[in-house]
Design a protein around this ligand. Structure first.
Ligand code: PXP
Length: 249
């Protein structure tokens, strides 16, 4: 498994869902999220994330299979903990599955997974993914109870939801953003104490402007970034957008 460099910078996982969003808007075959994923890898991305949603609004099943086959880094497949997705994951065998909550009407993943409320079900679901040789991450809010429940479920990693931190920045609430940053820092430390083998990732709403403070938190393994990076790519191209995001971290 790739590890963060000696400078302890986290790895960068690029979410290419929005390339598929653009394709689906026109209902044609381009732009290709598969080609985008390969370009991101060439530019230095450490992994590629895609979210196969129940409603297939962006990434399609064929994208998942093609990306899994062609990547030279690691595929992180985000999905809801459903029977349908379990069957797909077991067939595709991504390096990581990241379990996320999913609501049909949401524009993007709104909150973290309620691990506390479904510990038994998730333990069973995760054990099935483990049996297929897949590592599992749980996308959760930076809360102690959720972190401890993730350890109980035997998750290999958690991904801390940075959405609240990012939103405070968008409304120029500096005190609120500092408080959210502190909450994330505390969550990383809680996770390390609860299970030193469990990796801690983070993501959602991260941009070149707000990523550095998160990247500086010691112990974060990987950041997963999509919207802002693809938005940058509209202006500077995908390769440069990856390079610029890595530099901002
Ligand atoms: N991590 C998870 C679990 C997500 O659901 C998303 C959004 O798809 C991201 C990271 C990336 O968020 P953003 O697109 O805001 O960078």
């Amino acid at each position: 498994m790739a590890t963060p460099s000696s400078s302890k910078k986290p790895l960068l996982g690029v979410n290419v869902d929005h390339v598929a969003t653009l394709r689906q808007a026109r209902g044609v075959a381009y732009p290709s999220p598969v080609a985008a994923a390969l370009l991101c890898e060439q530019a230095g991305a450490d992994g590629i994330t895609i979210h196969l949603r129940e409603d297939r609004r962006h990434i399609q099943d064929s994208d998942v299979y093609e990306i899994a086959e062609q990547l030279t880094t690691r595929l992180n497949l985000e999905m809801a903990a459903t029977t349908e997705m379990l069957a797909i994951a077991c067939e595709v065998q991504p390096f990581w599955v990241c379990l996320v909550p999913e609501k049909r009407a949401e524009l993007t993943t709104e909150g973290g997974l309620n691990v506390v409320g479904q510990t038994e079900e998730l333990t069973d679901y995760i054990s099935k993914l483990h049996a297929a040789g897949i590592k599992v991450s749980l996308f959760i809010d930076p809360e102690e109870t959720q972190i401890k429940a993730a350890v109980t479920c035997r998750a290999d990693a958690i991904e801390l939801h940075t959405g609240a931190y990012a939103e405070m920045g968008l409304v120029s609430n500096t005190d609120g953003q500092h408080a959210e940053l502190e909450r994330i820092r505390q969550a990383v430390s809680t996770a390390q104490q609860a299970d030193s083998d469990m990796l801690v990732n983070a993501g959602h709403g991260l941009t070149r402007e707000n990523v550095n403070a998160i990247a500086q938190i010691e112990g974060i393994y990987e950041l997963n970034i999509g919207h802002a990076l693809i938005a940058d790519a509209v202006f500077v191209g995908l390769e440069k957008a990856v390079i610029m995001m890595k530099a901002a971290m």
